[in-house]
Design a protein around this ligand. Structure first.
Ligand code: COA
Ligand code: AMP
Length: 643
C-alpha cells in the first residue's frame, strides 16, 4: 500500500465534501459544455439539490460526436458479442454516431422533442444503445424496461412515464427459448391507459413480429426515411432518463437521472474507480435494462471514449463456463464488471476453472462486483483464478454509481472480504440508529448519506417529489436513507449487511416482496400471504411465498401453489424467479398485526433467532418451521434457542 496515494484519496474525499465546487468543478472539465455552469451546486431548493444548474450540454454529443471530432471515428465503440445468435459485430464510433443520428431523425419525424419520453423495451442488441443515445441526442427522456418483465409491469411504466413513442424488438433470446417481445408489448399497451403515438419495432431474423397498422413502424423503414438529427442542447438538470426500480409496493419508483451531474460523475468514475483510459475495452456483463447497464454498458464507457462490450448471453451454458474468459481474451477486455451471482454460476459449473486454461488473460486488469453482497468464497475463487484485484463496490439504481468502492485509479486499498471498501468522493456515509444518532465504529445501523448527494445520483422520482422525500429523506432528516443496514469499521471500510425493507436481491436483480404479495393476494383462494427472500447458493436469494387460504377451500394445495407461481410470472415476469410457495394455517404476527417476515427468513435460512417479544402467538413459529421443512428449508432449526 502506498501511503501517499491513500492520503491522496483521503484528501480527494475530504475536498469533495468540504468544497464540492472545486472537486466537481474540476471533474466537469472532462465534459464538453455548450454553456458553462456558473455554480456547481445549487442548494437553494434543498432537499432538491441541483448540480451545474445553468450549464448546458448534450450527453450524446459527449458520448459520440466529440470522440469522432477528436479522431476516434475508426475506434470500436461497441463490440456486440452474442453467443446466443453466434454473432460478433464491431461498431466504430463513426458508425454508431451515424446510426444514432439517423434513428434520432426517425424519432424526431414521429414528433419526439426535448423532454418527451420514449420507452425502450429491447434486448441486448446494438439497437438498444442506438435508441438510448438517439433519445439523448434529441434531449428526450428514455425509459428502458428490462425484457424479463411481464406486460403488467410494462403497462405500469407506460402509464407513469407516458411515452410518446415506444421502441421495441421482435424478440429477445434466452438460451432455452425465444422471448417474443411484441405480443407482450401489445398486451401492455392494451392494459395501459396511456397510448403511445407510435411503436418502432426492430425485426430480428429469429422472429418477425406482426405490426399494428397505423401505429407500428419497422425500424429499418423508419431509419430509411429519416434525416440525421443534430444534438439538442439541454440544461444540466434536465432529465436524461427514468429507470424504474422496485419500491415497497407494486408501483415501481421512477428514478430520474439528470444530464450534467450524471456525465461528470460517470466520467470521473471511469478514470478513478475503474482505472480505464480512452481506447481501452470495458465490459459490464449486465443488461441495458438495469442501472449497471445504463451507467457502465452505455454512458460511462462511451463518455470516456472506451470500447464497450455488449454481451447477449449468460456466464454459463452459452455455450460453457468459459464464455467470459473467451470474451475477455478475444476482445482484449481490460476490466470486467458483473454481479457475484455470475461468478457463482461459473464456479458451480467449473469449480477448478479448467476452462480458464484455454485462454490468455494476461492483459486483464481487474474484476468489479456489485448488485448484491459478495460472498468471500466466490471473491476468493475469482482472485485465485484470475490473479487480478477483485473489487466489490456498493451502489443502487438511485445512486447511479458506487457509494463505496475501491478506487483503483487512485489507490488500491487492501481488500477486506465482505466490505465494499471506502466511501467514494461526494458520499458522506454515516451509520445511524433509530434515534438518528451516529453509532460507534463497528456497530450496525442504518446506512445513510448526509445530504447533498453527489452528482449523478437521483435528483427526485419521476412526477413524485413527495414520494421521493417520503421514501428516502423523511425517516432520517438531513440524510438519504439507502435502505441498507451495515457498519463502518475502524479503518473506515463500509460493510453492507442487509436491506432494511422488503427488497430482496435475486441473481443481482432487485425485487420487491411487497409487489409479489400483491399478486399472491389477488388469487381467489388466498386470504393472506407473505413473501420472504431465502438464501440461495447460486442466486443469493430466492423468493418464497406463504399462503393462508380462505376458509372452506378444499382444493389440492399443489394446484393453488402452481397457480400463484404462474400468476407471478404473468404479472411481474420470469425475472421474479418466483417458483415456490407453501400453504400455512396462519402467519406469525406482532400483537399490532405486523407479519414477522424477518423471523420467518431467519428460520428458513437456518440462522439463530429469538422469538420477538411482540409476537402475538409464539406457537405459530414451529408451524412455520414445519412448513419450511416441507420445501427443503429450515433444516437446522432444531439447534435454535427460542428464548
Ligand atoms: N428477457 C426475458 N426473460 C429473461 C430475461 C430477459 N432479458 N432475463 C432473464 N430472463 C428469465 C430467465 O430466462 C429465467 O426464466 P426461467 O424462469 O424460465 O428460467 C428467469 O428470467 C430468471 O432469470 P435469471 O435470474 O437471470 O436466471 P438464469 O438462470 O437465466 O441466469 C444467472 C442466472 C446467474 C446466470 C444470471 O442471472 C446472471 O448472469 N446474472 C449476473 C449478471 C446480471 O445480470 N446482473 C444484474 C445486475 S449487475
Ligand atoms: P439495485 O438498485 O438493483 O442496484 O440494488 C441495490 C441494492 O443491491 C442495494 O441497496 C443493496 O442492498 C444491494 N447491493 C448492491 N451492491 C451491493 C454490494 N456491493 N454489497 C452488498 N449489497 C449490495
Amino acid at each position: 500500500m502506498d501511503p501517499h496515494k491513500a492520503d491522496l484519496f483521503d484528501e480527494m474525499h475530504a475536498c469533495s465534501l468540504a468544497d464540492p465546487e472545486v472537486f466537481w468543478g474540476e471533474a466537469a472539465e472532462h465534459i464538453t459544455w455548450y454553456k458553462r455552469w456558473s455554480k456547481v451546486l445549487d442548494a437553494s431548493n434543498a432537499p432538491f439539490y441541483r448540480w451545474f444548474a445553468d450549464g448546458e450540454l448534450n450527453t450524446c454529443y459527449n458520448a459520440l460526436d466529440r470522440h469522432v471530432e477528436a479522431g476516434r471515428g475508426a475506434q470500436p465503440a461497441i463490440i456486440y458479442d452474442s453467443p446466443v445468435t453466434q454473432t460478433v459485430q464491431t461498431i466504430t464510433y463513426a458508425d454508431l454516431l451515424d446510426q444514432v443520428a439517423y434513428f434520432a431523425g426517425a424519432l424526431h419525424a414521429r414528433g419526439v422533442e426535448k423532454g418527451d419520453r420514449v420507452l425502450l423495451y429491447l434486448p441486448m442488441i446494438p439497437q438498444s444503445v442506438v435508441a438510448m443515445l438517439a433519445c439523448t441526442r434529441l434531449g428526450a427522456v428514455h425509459s428502458v424496461v428490462f425484457g424479463g418483465f411481464a406486460p403488467h409491469e410494462l403497462a405500469t411504466r407506460i402509464d407513469d412515464a407516458k411515452p410518446k413513442v415506444i421502441v421495441s424488438a421482435s424478440c429477445g433470446i434466452e438460451p432455452n427459448r425465444i422471448v417474443k417481445y411484441k405480443p407482450m408489448l401489445d398486451a401492455a399497451i392494451e392494459q395501459s391507459a396511456h397510448k403511445p403515438d407510435c411503436v418502432i419495432v426492430y425485426q430480428r431474423p429469429q422472429e418477425r413480429a406482426p405490426l399494428v397498422e397505423g401505429r407500428d413502424v419497422d425500424w429499418n423503414e423508419a431509419v430509411a426515411m429519416a434525416k440525421p438529427a443534430h444534438c439538442v442542447p439541454v440544461k444540466a438538470t434536465d432529465p436524461l432518463y427514468i429507470l424504474y426500480t422496485s419500491g415497497t409496493t407494486g408501483q415501481p419508483k421512477g428514478v430520474v437521472r439528470d444530464n450534467g451531474g450524471h456525465a461528470v460523475a460517470l466520467r470521473w468514475t471511469m478514470t478513478n474507480v475503474y482505472n480505464v483510459k480512452p481506447g481501452e475495452v470495458y465490459w459490464a456483463a449486465s443488461d441495458v435494462g438495469w442501472v449497471v447497464g445504463h451507467s457502465y454498458i452505455v454512458y460511462g464507457p462511451l463518455l470516456t471514449g472506451c470500447t464497450t462490450v455488449l454481451f447477449e448471453g449468460k456466464p454459463v451454458g452459452t455455450p460453457d463456463p468459459g464464455t467470459f474468459w473467451r470474451v475477455i481474451e478475444q476482445h482484449k477486455v481490460a476490466t470486467l464488471f458483473t454481479a457475484p451471482t455470475a461468478f457463482r454460476a461459473i464456479k458451480r459449473e467449473d469449480p477448478e476453472a479448467s476452462h480458464l486454461r484455454n485462454y490468455d488473460l494476461s492483459h486483464f486488469r481487474a474484476l468489479f462486483l456489485a448488485g448484491e453482497r459478495s460472498d468471500p468464497d466466490t471473491l476468493r475463487w475469482a482472485e485465485d483464478n484470475l490473479k487480478v484485484p477483485v473489487l466489490d463496490h456498493w451502489w443502487q439504481t438511485e445512486t447511479g454509481w458506487a457509494i463505496a468502492g475501491n478506487p483503483l485509479g487512485v489507490h488500491l486499498f487492501p481488500i477486506k472480504y465482505g466490505s465494499a471498501t471506502r466511501p467514494m468522493p461526494g458520499w458522506d456515509v454515516r451509520v445511524l440508529d433509530s434515534e438518528l444518532k451516529e453509532v460507534s465504529r463497528g456497530d450496525i445501523g442504518a446506512l445513510c448519506v448526509k445530504l447533498p448527494l453527489p452528482p449523478g445520483s437521483l435528483p427526485t422520482l419521476w412526477n413524485a417529489d413527495e414520494r421521493f422525500k417520503r421514501s428516502y429523506l423523511q425517516e432520517y432528516p438531513g440524510y438519504y436513507q439507502t435502505g441498507d443496514a451495515g457498519f463502518i469499521d475502524g479503518d473506515g471500510y463500509v460493510h453492507v449487511m442487509a436491506r432494511t425493507d422488503d427488497i430482496i436481491n435475486v441473481a443481482g436483480h432487485r425485487l420487491s416482496t411487497g409487489a409479489m404479495e400483491e399478486v399472491l393476494s389477488s388469487h381467489r383462494d388466498v386470504a393472506e400471504c407473505a413473501v420472504i427472500g431465502v438464501a440461495d447458493g447460486l442466486k443469493g436469494q430466492l423468493p418464497l411465498g406463504f399462503l393462508c387460504l380462505k376458509i372452506g377451500i378444499t382444493r389440492a394445495h399443489e394446484e393453488i401453489v402452481k397457480e400463484v407461481v404462474q400468476l407471478v410470472r404473468e404479472r411481474i415476469g420470469p425475472v421474479a424467479d418466483f417458483k415456490r410457495a407453501v400453504v400455512v394455517n396462519r402467519l406469525p404476527k406482532t400483537r399490532s398485526g405486523k407479519i414477522l417476515r424477518g423471523t420467518m427468513q431467519k428460520i428458513a435460512d437456518g440462522q439463530e433467532y429469538k422469538t420477538p417479544a411482540t409476537i402475538d402467538d409464539p406457537d405459530v413459529l414451529p408451524e412455520i418451521r414445519m412448513a419450511l421443512r416441507s420445501v427443503g428449508y429450515a433444516k437446522d432449526a432444531e439447534a435454535f434457542k427460542e428464548n
